[in-house]
Design a protein around this ligand. Sequence first.
Ligand SMILES: [Zn+2]
Length: 238
Amino acid sequence: MIEITWLGHATVQFRLESGEVILMDPWIDGNPKYPKDHQIDRLDAILISHAHFDHIHDAVPLARKFKPKVVAIYETCVWLTSKGVETCSGMNKGGTQDVLGPLGATPLKVTMTHAIHSCGIQDDDRIIYGGEAAGYVLHLPDQRAVYFAGDTAVFSDMALIEQLYKPELAFLPIGDFYTMGPREAALACRLLNAKKVIPMHFGTFPALVGTPAELSRELKDFPTTEVWQIEIGKPVKW
Ligand SMILES: [Zn+2]
């Protein structure tokens, strides 16, 4: 079992049974949906899908405080290192690494996957090249796999993610405007064949209009995948 806590938008905390905490796309300060009473008490790894502010905003302060392994695409890691993050482990798509390190009690391998999105880094008034946007497959100690899509359009090579890693749980953006909406996410579900999908990246701003109810409607004829709408700030076990 792992504990999953959605912290609003695309920020998700995983706590392994052995206690390690992995944070996806950290956005705390200024995140209108962040649960005010949530405290991060431990952090072993941060995974960043891409370098837009709503996915990377708190990576630097959290990395300085907890010294977790920080994983992102290579170019974004170079930028994070230039901002004082000493624990980056930049990688690229198709590759896998153990984010809890060889000395970690629990191995946690993650594979970086493709995503269709941009990845410029806003640094003061400039946009810096941050590599490409990505997603991740987390290979849990109990052999199950979780796919975290990051921000992306639907793409047919999601079928390769299904073929290679067979994720049983997928986190998909459904808000529309900057990412896929419910209609496209429903096709993503068909390609991924996961048992459950947790919708994210909706409702944060007025432009993100997609809803889990719409996704459920789009999946009416595809009972393989259950839409699992979790509450922000309420941990669930999976
Ligand atoms: Zn985003």
